[in-house]
Ligand binder design. Structure first.
Ligand code: ADP
Ligand code: ASP
Ligand code: MG
Length: 919
């Protein structure tokens, strides 16, 4: 069909003219009977005025490319370093303005001859769908007999005509392009309708359809270069590149001899323009059928052309500054690598760094052509140089590790059985089965006990792999020689890549420790003896966290910790203030990067992706709050990109304790001064502790006893270092310490001293909460359990200082009013003690030797350390095998927001040291 003058676009115009064209075309080429459908065949038939019959065309439709006769200039293409190859990725040519920028760049760059490979138009804000994706979807829709493919086709036509108009303006260049486009549209529509009628597609159909994006884009780019005055020609790569599919069908090998011949023939026909704009992605197979280099194949096209031309260099223009140490969409802290060796680039792209097609480096290596990956939107960035020779370090000391990547959605096939041990050929049989089933094996691991072999395959291949293995090993399974053939789905392969790892020790240890510290389970590992990569199979749901965690381990000199604070009250608020003050120092001295990702009150919580602003957290609690949900709160922390997270429970409430186990299971460490968990139900406590020991989770609770005083740490160190703790005795309540240190020194009665303590805010609002001794009983329970005693809170007898008749009366005021009635009894007790040269103290006792704990009012001689106390100090005496004659004593202020928050802080530093921060 002819397009002259006026150009119509859109679905409507497609309906009519394309249809006419389709009918004409069908008659002319007998598309679905005998004959080939290609631009080349169509144009040559037109030129020659007849329809070519292809003797190979015996079964389905074939989309082949036939060469026009060799016309003139029978010369060969001069190869060599005066050629440079440029490849423009999808985003670089996603709109008219971008194609124009690319063309201007090419035309304005002086010097060398250029072979330019372009991709189909990619995603752009004005038209987000990638052309290749659209083409692939169209085939799927047609095969499903979904007529919507017609709409997609119309949209494609409109997109390209609009782009051409903007790019080329009115004139012959536009007319020529649109005319070719409409011809293609006609053919595509015919092809898709055939697929739709048949209700199925074939690979050959699909390969023919999906390469059109590159054809149109390369034509547009060449036309623009010519319009800008350059000597530029369009090259349909199907006329030059010959490739054959690899055995798994996932990629292609290049037939260099044929491709080189074709290049010479092309040059003979077209001469040697200064700029050749070639299509990426497409080629033909040895049978002459259209094929592709598979998704992302244009990178591969570029280096194949590089090696055909033996070019001086290859520049791959894309939308990022180069190859990053990890996919920058998944790891925001990834850094752009200045240099990679061919091997490193290959490993990274093989393991899923989709900035490069996995085979990209192979053709370039043939002639040692350097590949430069550059950002077309940031020309000042030097990019990543990929070349031979020794790998250049990453810029920071990363132990020779360069990058990290994942292959997502794989299944781990696990074959187990004693029958495999020492039986030669089992592994060979297994992998022959995989080859025969067309299943690509991504990674293999076999324990040297030979008891099990496991390997990773694409998730979609798992069923085929299992069926094939079960069939091949049916006898062995029946006889029990093979006990298990299973597929573990939803896995991912994480790769750590770097040539420099080969000579370093500890890289594997660091990698696996980082994963363990982020509570990520490793299902299988492999390291080739080349030591270019270490791979681990992990659960898919943990892929991003794993990437971030290993990346930060090698690349960040800061240890990041995410904090979720529950209970921003007096202690929690004070802790946040302390944290704000210390943040900078922690960064500098301890290389700790602490970020508060969430604060939860009893009703409202605030969550942040990278950190709540500690200067205005109260305001954020109001402006950005949502209803508190501790499940959601912990999910937010565990899913954050920060590999280490900790929840700090600064409440006095029972509620958070119920979630601790869930926090742990999500890989979150816990710090708390809240006594409810450790003095709560023994079963719950033991379950938590058992879980903590079997994981790498830390649970610190220094603040539960003696506020910031090093009580728990001291006890843990004594026990951990093999000392035998016989007895712990102490004044654990700041309030009661104050009351007993004061009472009897100035002639006031017991109730007067209590009233004063209440007035000064040293007691709970209802002083009975202190006087009942329950708080001390909780501390005794906590210490007793730490010493290995199975005690419940109820097992600890408590001497309550609340007189029996006052225990059940209503208000605190009434209690205070009636307390003086009991002064006689209390003062008599005190007098008794004083007359014996002693004093009264309210103490908690853990009698480890006898397996008992108690809370008592005891008498101590005036020279006893407990008698020397002042203010609200706590004192704790540890009598142990090593500290037998003189107990080990910890003494100091044991109550108040500042010191309790300080205890929480010291737990945080302890945690940081455990997870690898500087100490
Ligand atoms: P193009 O269209 O230019 O071929 P691609 O989308 O195929 O572009 O590849 C570039 C994209 O690859 C980047 O935008 C980035 O999101 C992604 N990518 C994944 N891994 C890496 C990595 N390690 N380094 C750089 N980019 C990566
Ligand atoms: N446009 C093709 C694709 O999307 C080729 C390429 O990406 O290089 O797969
Ligand atoms: Mg790409």
């Amino acid at each position: 069909m002819q397009m002259q003058g006026k150009i119509s676009t859109g679905a409507k115009s497609l309906g009519c003219p394309v249809n006419v064209g389709f009918l004409k075309q069908q008659r002319r080429t007998s598309l679905f009977g005998k004959g080939n459908l290609t631009r080349e065949s169509l144009s040559s038939s037109r030129q020659q005025g007849h329809v070519r019959n292809n003797k190979h065309f015996s079964h389905s439709i074939r989309a082949t490319v036939t060469e026009p006769p060799n016309l003139s200039k029978p010369t060969t293409c001069p190869r060599g370093s005066h050629w440079e190859v440029h490849k423009f990725g999808g985003t670089c040519v996603a709109a008219a303005t971008r194609i124009e920028e690319a063309a201007r760049y090419l035309v304005s760059e002086p010097g060398n001859s250029k072979l330019v490979v372009v991709y189909a138009m990619g995603s752009h804000p004005t038209s987000p769908v990638k052309v290749t994706d659209l083409l692939i979807n169209m085939v799927t829709k047609a095969a499903n007999q979904d007529e919507a493919f017609l709409l997609d086709l119309a949209a494609l036509q409109e997109k390209h005509i609009d782009t051409a108009k903007l790019l080329l303006g009115d004139g012959p260049a536009l007319t020529e392009f649109v005319s070719k486009l409409m011809e293609d549209m006609t053919n595509l529509k015919a092809m898709l309708q055939a697929i739709s009628i048949a209700g199925m597609s074939t690979e050959a159909f699909e390969e023919f359809v999906v390469g059109h994006g590159e054809l149109w884009c390369a034509q547009l780019t060449a036309a623009k270069c010519r319009q800008l005055g350059a000597d530029a020609a369009f090259l349909d790569a199907r006329q030059v590149l010959v490739v054959s599919p690899t055995s798994d069908g996932n990629s292609v090998d290049v037939l260099y001899e044929e491709s080189n011949k074709n290049l010479d023939a092309w040059v003979a026909r077209n001469g040697i323009p200064r700029i050749i704009v070639a299509t990426g992605f497409i080629a033909k197979n040895p049978k002459g059928q259209v094929t592709t280099l598979k998704r992302n194949g244009s990178d591969y096209s570029a280096t194949i052309f590089g090696s055909l031309f033996q070019s001086g260099n290859i520049t791959i223009w894309t939308d990022v500054d180069g190859v990053y140490s990890a996919d920058p969409r998944k790891v925001p802290e990834a850094v752009c690598l200045p240099h990679l060796s061919y091997h490193e680039a290959w490993e990274l792209s093989y393991f899923g760094a989709n900035v490069l097609h996995p085979r990209t480096t192979l053709p370039a290596m043939k002639y040692s052509i350097p590949i430069n990956i550059r950002n077309f939107f940031n020309l000042t960035a030097p990019g990543t140089m990929i070349s031979g020779g020794a790998s250049v370090p990453a810029g920071v000391d990363t132990d020779g590790v360069k990058g990290f990547a994942t292959i997502d959605n794989v299944a781990l096939i696990n074959v187990e059985g004693t029958g495999m041990v020492g039986v030669p050929g089992t592994a060979a049989a297994m992998f022959t089965v995989m080859r025969d089933a067309g299943v690509n094996v991504i990674m293999i691991s076999q324990a040297s006990s030979e008891h099990s072999v496991c390997f990773a395959v694409k998730g979609a291949d798992a069923v085929t792999a299992l069926a094939a293995l079960n069939k091949r090993f049916a006898d062995a399974i029946k006889s029990g020689r093979i006990s298990k053939v299973e597929a573990i789905q939803d896995c991912c392969v994480l790769a750590v890549v770097g040539e420099g790892m080969a000579s370093r020790k500890g890289v594997a240890a660091t990698t696996f420790a980082a994963l363990a510290k982020s509570n990520i389970n490793i299902r299988a590992i492999a390291q080739g003896s080349s030591e270019y990569n270490i791979t681990a199979v992990i659960s898919q749901s943990e892929a991003i966290r794993a990437l971030r965690s290993v990346h930060s381990r090698f690349y960040m000199d800061q240890t990041p910790i995410a904090i979720g604070l529950i209970g921003p009250g007096l202690i929690g608020g004070t802790f946040l203030d302390q944290l704000r003050e210390q943040c900078e120092e922690l960064k500098e001295k301890y290389h700790l990067d602490i970020r508060v990702l969430g604060i939860a009150g009893s009703k409202q919580m605030v969550l942040s992706e990278d950190s709540v602003n500690l200067n205005q957290w109260q305001a954020e609690m109001h402006s950005k709050a949502q209803p508190t949900d501790l499940g959601k709160f912990s999910d937010h922390l565990s899913r954050s990109f920060i590999p280490n997270s900790v929840i700090i429970d600064c409440t006095a409430s029972e509620v958070p304790s119920e979630y601790y186990l869930d926090f742990m299971k999500k890989g979150i460490h816990i710090i708390t001064p809240n006594k409810k968990m450790n003095s709560g139900p023994l079963k719950r406590y033991k379950e938590l502790k058992a879980n903590q020991r079997s994981s790498y989770i830390h649970y610190f609770y220094e603040g539960t006893v003696g506020a910031g005083l090093p009580v728990m740490q001291t006890l843990q160190h004594l026990l951990g270092s093999g000392d035998r703790v016989d007895r712990i005795e102490g004044i654990f309540s700041g309030t009661l310490s104050y009351i007993f240190n004061t009472w009897g020194t100035d002639g006031r009665t017991f109730s007067e001293v209590v009233a004063e303590a209440k007035a000064k805010g040293y007691t709970e609002p209802d002083p009975r909460d202190d006087l009942a001794g329950m708080d001390v009983a909780r501390k005794v329970t906590i210490l007793a359990r730490e010493c290995g005693m199975d005690v419940e809170l109820d097992d600890v007898p408590v001497h309550s200082l609340v007189p029996e008749p006052l225990r059940s009366i209503g208000s605190a005021d009434e209690f205070m009013a009636k307390l003086p009635q009991f002064d006689g009894e209390m003062d008599a007790m005190l007098k008794d003690a004083q007359e014996a040269g002693e004093c009264l103290r309210f103490v908690g006792v853990v009698d480890v030797a006898n397996g008992k704990g108690s809370v008592e009012l005891r008498r101590y001689p005036k020279d006893h350390p407990f008698a020397q106390l002042s203010g609200s100090d706590n004192i704790i005496a540890f009598t142990t095998a090593r500290y037998l004659k003189q107990p080990l004593i910890v003494r100091g202020p044991g109550a108040g927001a500042e010191v309790t928050a300080g205890g929480v802080f010291s737990d945080l530093l302890r945690l940081s040291a455990h997870i690898g921060a500087a100490s």
